[in-house]
Design a protein around this ligand. Structure first.
Ligand code: GLA
Length: 556
């Protein structure tokens, strides 16, 4: 190419020479030699430039750079994965940022023509790992990863992004701990609906409005359900002043709040103390007070605050200070906003959740619409009872009742167990299309009355059948649970007693009331058949269907 370029200049020079042939020979010669020198200089410069370009092209480090995969969320926002890579020979270092996670590359094999990157991050006390495979194809990085080793790989194409884009923000210093004043809300466990379990990222303005309509017209509102809570995926980015924006699915949050309030209901919203929410949307990191003010201005009544991306910046031990920031910020707005902590029960949140202003705190990972998930969570709450009290509740996650993958018997068990636990009752189903049977379960007033009892004392297990002798117990195959359990809950003016059968077959449970520490004469009512029953002083027998419950309320 250098030669061709030089030739082109020679031709130019020749043409120039022809145009000046009327000049004297000497002048022509002088000019010719000047042109010759110029051509040589230009040629040398060009050859340097082209050589530099060629060497950049064939750089041994073509993977070096910031690479981004932008996946549209269908609401005007994007989910972005960043691979910020540094290649030095066969070694690749750097970071991988995926929605709420921020990994450091620990090792690699291969190079531009085909590589594997292993990366890891600490998430509290546990390590998370991720693996990306890829290769350079022209100016694109073709990559793939698997959510779990057994999954099919997700293929993605990354393109070069400006240096620094997607970098993790600096860690903000944390405030000293103090006791956040009780906001006086949630004297009984909050009741309402949340979008996540049924709609996940499909929730939008129209859905929320129609759910509010259904809540108001179905009898749910009369039964005590009040909060309509929008979970993750309503967020967009921020404006030039740093104000959080809603995405296309929620054109006007204030108007939506007005609509929900107009139905006599309240509106809840969701955010994260981290830079990103769990679904990778904009979190409140560094904008806590500003966001709290925005929520108040919109007319928000409830905030679920989900750890998510905060795990990339803070340790579990720092959670109380991180949650305190928003606890203070919400109080400062002067608007009554229920504060719901969601950090999956880490760091024994029940011991400090109230001190940072929390009205409720998730005690476990996410529930699924499955018997195993629901019972594993629900029956594991026994030891947390001392921490529940008016204004401050253990939250074993939202209800799955009516989502379709459990039987009505199992959903009754779900409802009963949550009521025994003084758990928040946040329906997670599509209220617009539920069957009368599901509506009846969700609106059983007598079961709700147990949940909402004003003493706020969480129930506990008082008896369980012998644990079936398991085959060898390992971490992978833990001991099976007891087949039958009896839980009681002290109520104002009574006791709730629930007989649960976790077995695959119907079971007859026979118990001496004295063994349950319930002595004397009681009037008893079956809260599912809505019949009065006889509570004997000596021995009580009840037949409970597989995965079912018999729930009684005893009163004097
Ligand atoms: C976490 C929470 C869920 C839900 C999702 C939303 O997983 O535990 O309840 O809010 O985030 O991304």
């Amino acid at each position: 190419m250098v030669i061709i370029a030089a030739n082109r200049f020679t031709t130019e020079a020749q043409r120039f020479h022809r145009d000046t042939e009327t000049e004297t020979e000497h002048r022509a010669m002088k000019t010719k030699s000047r042109i010759g020198i110029l051509v040589i200089i230009i040629g040398i410069t060009l050859s340097f430039l082209l050589a530099a370009l060629a060497s950049a092209r064939q750089s041994p480090e073509p993977l070096t750079g910031n690479w981004a995969v932008r996946t549209p969320n269908n609401d005007g926002t994007f989910r972005t994965t960043y691979l910020n890579l540094k290649q030095e020979g066969s070694k690749i270092t750097g970071t991988i940022r995926v929605t709420q996670f921020y990994y450091r590359i620990t090792d690699n094999t291969g190079g531009p023509e085909g590589f594997v990157l292993n990366a890891s991050m600490m998430d509290g006390k546990s390590e998370r790992k991720v693996q990306y495979e890829g290769k350079l194809v022209g100016d694109e990085l073709h990559i793939s990863t698997r959510r779990r080793p057994q999954d099919n790989p997700t293929q993605m194409v990354a393109v070069r992004a400006p240096a620094g884009e997607g970098a993790l923000p600096a860690r903000n210093p944390l405030p000293a701990l103090h006791k956040v004043r009780d906001n006086g809300l949630a004297r009984t466990p909050p009741m309402g609906w949340n979008s996540w379990n049924k709609f996940a990222s499909r929730v939008d303005d129209a859905t929320v409005r129609s759910i509010a309509d259904a809540m108001a017209s179905s009898g749910m509102k009369e039964a005590g359900y009040t909060y309509i809570n929008i979970d993750d995926t309503w967020e967009a980015g921020r404006d030039a002043q740093g104000n959080i924006q809603t995405n296309k699915k929620f054109p006007d949050m204030k108007a939506l709040a007005d609509y929900v309030h107009g139905k006599g209901l309240k509106l809840g919203i969701y955010s994260s103390p981290g830079p990103n929410t769990c679904a990778g949307y904009e979190g409140s990191y560094g904008h806590e007070e500003q966001d709290a003010r925005t929520y108040a201005a919109w007319g928000i009544d409830y905030l679920k605050y989900d750890w998510c991306g905060a795990r990339t910046l803070y340790t579990d031990e720092e959670m109380p200070a991180v949650y305190q920031i928003m606890g203070d910020a919400l109080l400062k707005t002067k608007r009554p906003i229920v504060y719901s902590l969601c950090q999956y029960g880490r760091l024994d949140v029940w011991k400090w959740g109230a001190d940072v202003g929390g009205n409720l705190w998730r005690t476990t990972g996410d529930i699924r619409d499955a018997w195993d998930s629901m019972t594993r969570i629900g029956f594991s709450q026994n030891d947390l009872a001392p921490w529940a009290k008016p204004g401050h509740w253990n939250d074993p996650d939202m209800l799955e009742i009516g989502n379709g993958a459990m039987s009505e018997t199992e959903y009754k068990t779900h409802m009963s167990l949550w009521a025994m636990l003084a758990a928040p009752l946040l329906a997670g189903n599509d209220l617009r299309s539920m069957s009368p049977e599901i509506l009846a379960i969700l609106t059983n007033r007598e079961v709700i009355a147990v949940d909402q009892d004003k003493l706020g004392t969480q129930g506990q297990r008082v008896w369980q059948s012998a644990v079936p002798s398991p085959p060898a117990t390992t971490a992978a195959t833990p001991a099976p649970p007891a087949n039958q359990e009896i839980w009681t809950r002290t109520l104002s003016g009574g006791v709730a007693v629930a007989f649960f059968n976790r077995a695959k077959e119907e079971a007859k449970i026979t118990i001496k009331p004295a063994d349950l520490k319930i002595t004397g004469k009681w009037k008893a009512r079956d809260l599912w058949t809505l019949q009065n029953v006889t509570w004997p002083e000596t021995e009580y027998s009840v037949t409970v269907p597989s995965h079912g419950v018999v729930m009684l309320r005893l009163s004097k």
